[in-house]
Design a protein around this ligand. Structure first.
Ligand SMILES: Nc1ncnc2c1ncn2[C@@H]1O[C@H](COP(=O)(O)OP(=O)(O)OP(=O)(O)O)[C@@H](O)[C@H]1O
Length: 273
């Protein structure tokens, strides 16, 4: 579905990571984990053709993404960015409808079925009552749910989510994780691919995801969460002692040491800032 080999990413001519291999198939959830500033958003933007690769090629459906139009890409990939307040007031339902119009021609109007699909996406996430609300006046978490509904309405094979649970409360985080799992593994759709970044390694375990563990300069490990997320790798990446334990119900959880020390950013974030 989406594949990149030997990818170098960066801004302008400043490299952030090199020799990255990334591939995702339908039905797969790929979790990007790594410290602040290691390049997760930069990798996303490069994979979606929004930033040029410094080296290597991104293939979408077997064709270089650089040879495809934004409309062609939008039929395959939906992007859920981190929620920001837009400068213009839109109703929340109009923002969700934009997921449908991404698939239409430049001047085509959304049809009744497009509006129904937008409404269904909001209902599915339990935010139907926000439909007529001014998007710019919603809370950060509500905006995030609207952006996820927009991606659902876009109805693509692949969804890319940049920290989708970052501003959500505890209950909504669990709800969004459950939606991600359903989206990826839903029967009858052939499965969708979902790539998400998160700062919570427990989410990778909860989703039974494949993990791309990033560090300054590239990918440290790529594989099933249970193989990649160990005491050793997590302690090295986040620069503090971490232990991985298994709960009585069988779920793995990561426990960072709450040692008493002056607050510092990780070495990666300091180097890359
Ligand atoms: N537009 C830009 N121009 C130049 N450098 C940039 C730009 N955007 C980001 N960077 C730099 O690229 C590096 C990687 O940033 P990126 O946003 O990809 O990291 P991230 O892993 O997504 O971080 P976070 O977890 O904090 O969201 C950082 O050092 C950042 O300062």
């Amino acid at each position: 579905m989406l594949e990149a080999r030997g990818l170098s990413i960066g801004h302008g001519r400043i490299p952030i990571g090199a020799g990255l291999d990334v591939a995702i198939q339908p039905g797969e959830i790929l979790c990007l984990l790594g410290p602040n500033g290691c390049g997760k958003t930069t990798l996303f933007r490069t994979l979606m053709g929004l930033l040029p690769a410094l080296d290597g090629t991104v293939l979408l459906g077997g064709k270089p993404i650089t040879a495809q139009t934004r409309a062609e890409i939008a039929r395959v990939i939906a992007y859920v960015p981190q929620a920001h307040a837009p400068p213009f007031p839109f109703e929340a339902q109009e923002v969700v409808l934009m997921g449908r119009t991404a698939r239409l021609g430049a001047f085509a109007q959304p049809s009744a079925s497009d509006r129904a699909a937008a409404r269904a996406a909001m209902d599915r996430l339990g935010i139907g009552e926000l439909a007529r609300r001014d998007y710019s006046r919603l809370s950060g978490g509500q905006r995030q749910l609207v952006l996820i509904a927009r991606a659902l309405a876009q109805d693509t094979q692949l969804i890319v989510m940049d920290e989708p649970t970052a501003s959500l409360d505890f209950g909504n985080q669990a709800q969004v994780l459950a939606q991600i799992e359903t989206l990826a593994r839903e029967a009858g759709t052939g499965g969708r691919g979902v790539i998400l970044s998160t700062h919570d390694p427990d989410q990778a375990f909860a989703l039974n995801a494949r993990v791309l563990l990033m560090s300054r300069g590239g990918v440290l490990a790529d594989g099933a969460a249970a193989e990649v997320l160990t005491d050793t790798t997590l302690s090295a990446v986040y620069d503090l002692p971490v232990t991985v334990e298994t709960t009585p119900s069988g779920r793995r959880v990561c426990l960072p040491s709450l040692r008493q020390s002056a607050p510092t950013m990780t070495s990666d974030a300091l180097t890359m800032a």
